[in-house]
Design a protein around this ligand. Structure first.
Ligand code: G6P
Ligand code: MN
Length: 449
């Protein structure tokens, strides 16, 4: 792509993450220059508020970049180069419903793991696919960088609904978040390492952490660092559930087989009883997000709109100070790698087709991939050990059945999927869960027969 300026549409413009993405685009303006950022959402009010905030932000920090907010697909997707897709079908209210229903039946309802991931997947698949159809109608060549959750299930669905579409890239920021922690603990710059890794999204293991310059593998040193617990006050500045996750990582790493480093999300699958015991049915992660991050972001947005400016208020910032916001910046790194054909390595979801020869051929595995103007080119992984293979085959079968259930409208397959899920694991419980979820998800799920 030899363009001077790009047009990006943020799909899910009304999200609490959008202000962070807009600031990230400001931070990246020299490397990845934009003429326009479009915010698209199906909820007019939130999207319009963030659009208003975005126009004030850009007028001060990035006047070359126009900001448009719209609920109209044609306006949103005509003539764009990239869509950054980060939708949450049913918003946090339905995330809370997923969690509460799961806990009522004695199991974990995390947004991507277990019963919660299933319920959310059944909402996300139709929503994501309908939007990509619109994108393809108005911009057949645009790159769709999708990080809508539950990403593993969404990736399996987009692979089937858009066969051969190499410009849809499914990616997640968790590996980047974990690697940033590794870099900090190793005392090396954050972008100086790259990973070797295999698994499904939110279900994988690091096998090497390589210094990009020297090739040195830091993994043995990291395992040594992780053999000690963190000081109690570490991560005290983030939400309690995430702080607990990073502390728990120490134990997971110490107990991880085959000398690997696990993804944080494995805590739900490998320490199910511990995680369940720490859930509070009256105050789940969705409640924490609604009372915390979401509320703070919208208060900030309202304040900026009321002041009509950031300059001279507590919301002003320097571009330097933005460089630390990793949640958003990996997506600009990815867009940059595509537009400048860098062949940098990212962990992305891509069809297995022999990358892991002893694992299902058609699975959307999360593995290191070179990224350039031709999209994703995966690196080889090789055979994986029996423990991981067993877990992953079970998870993949569950994910596949979930997508089948959604695309075919099959109650039977939905029931099989939930029964197979390691965090449900029982037919009676799966049926009770499914029936409650069907009731709660009217208007979001396809009809199941
Ligand atoms: C990580 C995951 C994402 C998830 C995000 C926020 O970054 O990779 O998939 O959406 O965390 O999770 P939260 O529980 O804070 O909403
Ligand atoms: Mn993720």
């Amino acid at each position: 792509m030899s363009k001077e300026q790009f047009v990006v549409t943020i799909v899910g413009g009304g999200s609490r993450y959008t202000p962070g993405i807009l600031k990230m685009l400001v931070a990246e303006k020299d490397r990845f220059p934009l003429s326009k950022a479009v915010l698209y959402d199906n909820e007019y009010e939130r999207n319009a508020k963030i659009g208003e905030y975005g126009r004030i932000l850009m007028s001060e920090y990035y006047p070359e970049c126009e900001v448009v907010d719209t609920t109209d697909p044609e306006t949103a997707f005509t003539g764009i180069d990239f869509a950054f897709m980060q939708i949450r079908a049913g918003r946090l209210k339905m995330r809370a419903s997923d969690e509460h229903i799961a806990l009522k039946h004695g199991c974990i309802g995390q947004e991507t793991c277990g019963a919660g991931g299933f319920a959310y997947g059944m909402r996300s698949i139709p929503a994501v696919c309908d939007i990509i159809k619109d994108i393809r109608k108005y911009s057949p060549e645009a790159w769709v960088l999708n990080y809508s959750n539950p990403a593993a299930i969404v990736a399996e669905a987009t692979k089937r609904v858009f066969p051969g579409d190499k410009r849809i890239i499914n990616i997640c920021d968790m590996p980047v978040g974990i690697m940033n922690q590794y870099a900090d603990e190793l005392g090396v710059p954050r972008n100086s390492i790259e990973a070797r890794y295999f698994g499904l999204n939110h279900y994988g293991w690091f096998t090497a952490i390589l210094d990009k310059k020297t090739g040195e593998d830091y993994l043995p040193r990291l395992r040594e660092i992780f053999s000690e617990d963190l000081p109690e006050d570490a991560f005290s500045d983030i939400d309690p559930s995430w702080s607990a996750t990073f502390h728990f990582m120490r134990k997971m790493v110490r107990e991880c087989s085959d000398g690997m480093m696990p993804n944080t999300y494995l805590q739900y699958y490998l320490y199910r009883d511990h995680m369940l015991a720490h859930e509070d049915p009256n105050h789940t992660r969705a409640d924490e997000c609604m009372e915390g991050h979401e509320k703070q972001i919208f208060e900030m947005v309202e304040e900026v709109i009321a002041n009509g400016k950031l300059e001279g208020t507590k919301h002003a910032f320097t571009i330097e100070s933005l460089k630390d916001d990793d949640h958003a910046s990996y997506i600009a790194d990815l867009a940059y790698a595509i537009s400048h054909n860098t062949h940098d390595v990212f962990l992305c979801m891509t069809e297995n087709t022999g990358i892991i020869p002893n694992f299902s051929e058609s699975a959307m595995v999360e593995v290191p991939c070179m990224i350039g103007a031709n999209g994703v080119e995966p690196l080889n992984v090789g055979e994986i050990p029996t423990f991981q293979k067993g877990l992953l085959e079970n998870q993949f079968a569950y994910e596949k059945l979930t997508v089948d259930a959604c695309l075919e409208g099959s109650y039977r397959k939905a029931l099989d999927a939930l029964t197979l899920n390691r965090l449900v694991g029982d037919t009676d419980r799966a049926r009770a869960l499914l029936d409650d979820y069907i009731e709660a998800n009217k208007g979001y799920w396809p009809e199941l027969n």
